[in-house]
Every structure is written in structure tokens, then in C-alpha cells.
Design a protein around this ligand. Structure first.
Ligand code: ZN
Length: 82
């Protein structure tokens, strides 16, 4: 797996997880995920984090706080996965 393809993928990941990626982009991402455990972990982590953030009982978080939480959780999980 080439590094550049991981890097490109990470840029499209958020859109992909939201289900808003074009179908050819989805196919590309899914093909890459088949071959790349690192990116699979990344997608799982992002999905988990998005569920946590969206499923939070109090939707009183500002967008900024939400984003911070998202980034913090993502980072923590990512480091644990290394
Ligand atoms: Zn990858």
C-alpha cells in the first residue's frame, strides 16, 4: 500500500463516512480499505467517534466544542491503535 494513497484517502474519509462520497470514490476507498489495515482502523475509529458525538444526549455542544471532542477522541483512539 502506497503512502500517498492513504493520505488521499484520509482526505475523503469524512465524506465517505457521512455517506456523501460519490460512488466511484466509495469504491476506491473500499478497495483501499480491503488492503490497508491502518485505514480500516482509521475508519472504524472515525465511525465510533461520530456515533458518540451524534448520540450525545445533550445537543448543547457548540460546533466548536463538538469539533474539539471529535478531534480529541480521534487522536486518543489513534494513539492507542499504534
Ligand atoms: Zn491506507
Amino acid at each position: 500500500v502506497k503512502e500517498c494513497s492513504c493520505h488521499e484517502l484520509l482526505g475523503a474519509m469524512g465524506v465517505y463516512i457521512d455517506g456523501e462520497a460519490a460512488s466511484d470514490v466509495c469504491a476506491q476507498i473500499e478497495a483501499h480499505l480491503e488492503a490497508c489495515p491502518d485505514c480500516r482502523l482509521e475508519v472504524e475509529t472515525l465511525r465510533k467517534t461520530i456515533r458518540i458525538v451524534r448520540g450525545a444526549p445533550k445537543p448543547s455542544l457548540s460546533n466548536e466544542a463538538r469539533e474539539r471532542l471529535f478531534r480529541a477522541l480521534h487522536l486518543d483512539d489513534f494513539i492507542q491503535g499504534l
